[in-house]
Design a protein around this ligand. Sequence first.
Ligand code: SUG
Length: 444
Amino acid sequence: MPNTNAREVNFDGLIGASHNYAGLSPGNVASASNAGQTSKPKQAALQGLAKMKALMDLGLTQGVLPPHARPDLGFLRELGFSGDDGQVLKDAQNADPSILAAAWSASAMWSANAATVSPSADTSDNKVHLTPANLVSNLHRSFEHHTTTRALRAIFHDDDKFVVHDALPSQPRFADEGAANHVRFSTSHGEPGIELFVYGIDAHDPMTVSRRFPARQTRASCQALVRNHKLDPSKVILARQHPDAIDSGVFHNDVIATGNENVFLYHEQSFATSRTLMNDLMDPSKSNMVVLEARETDFSIEDAVTSYIFNSQIVTIAPGDMRLIAPSEVSENPRVSAFVDRIIEDRFNPINDVIYMDVRESMNNGGGPACLRLRVVLTDDELSAIHQGVLLTDELYDKLVSCVNETYPDTIAPEDLTNPELATQCVHASQRIAEILGLSSIFG
Ligand code: SUG
């Protein structure tokens, strides 16, 4: 039976007080090109909150995930740096600035990488399954899953309805980047769907791999997620990213493809296995798809990577009525914005309008609107069983905005990363946010 009482809840990662530009992600063009710039953490968090509020004001259910406590001085102490906090920061800087920057990274904001989620309509035990991503491909992200797992277990605490798995083994064979490489298709959110898992590396496949930039997601991790989430293998598709796309800066699939319910929006150069993928998806026994393919003649992969069009959120306002929540950068690229205008004008797809959002502070590190959110489809019963303190209301929004204004630094420049007072200020800010969300327990 289709479950019409289900909705998609977007859980956005609230951008942390230590947000900075350290160039930590090889293959992420924006991160590399903005390395060393001065960031604006307060403005970044307010931009993220404005996006959350805009979605709430559209009538959608919006959740908030807490920033992690950064800088993580415990991580630096584990690596042998000792003394007071100032000494630890200074010695780490002298030993290797990229290790120091890893400890400071606010990368947990990109909650599309927090976990992979399968709704109860797709799982054989009828529970919602969440697996935190191990993010082993990058040092600064590889320890996010500790806090993420605690936060998800605190939010999705009802064991009768939710299973929050441990992250997959932290080993390159099981490199996992979460929902950024996962798209779910269904006639409506509450009905059983087809889950598409996208990977860049397969240890058993001799095909050419990306050469310039690393691929981050393995086929082995996708297969483990399918097993853990108790998915029906006939309702799962595994597809390989095109290595040339990875080499052009498509470090996650959500930089070049996205979907919502029966809509699939992607660039023709996304997948190494496009034809098979389309055949599988278009199989009428599986779903009734609306396929929106951008061709090279519409715009190039480079346009996709600079505008982040595919990192838009497609959201359902009412049955058959969707909006595209796109980064402002799309409106600044005439080829890409013309493509969006054609989608909006075309009556044969359900996307009826575009809303441009300014999330530039995050975009400068390679994180667009969709990177900032984790999608969780929940029935009414499941929604009422989660920790309610993370669901955005006008009151919660006001509290978070005040807290950001009071506790966040205005700017962070690379040389600030050795400042122990700033370190304390940033950790304190994350504790205050966790208190507001009723999640203080995640910091022990
Ligand atoms: O993993 N950037 C993140 C961006 C993640 C975007 N998420 C999705 N596409 N879903 C990354 O590359 C840059 C940090 C720095 O350079 O300071 C960074 O981690």
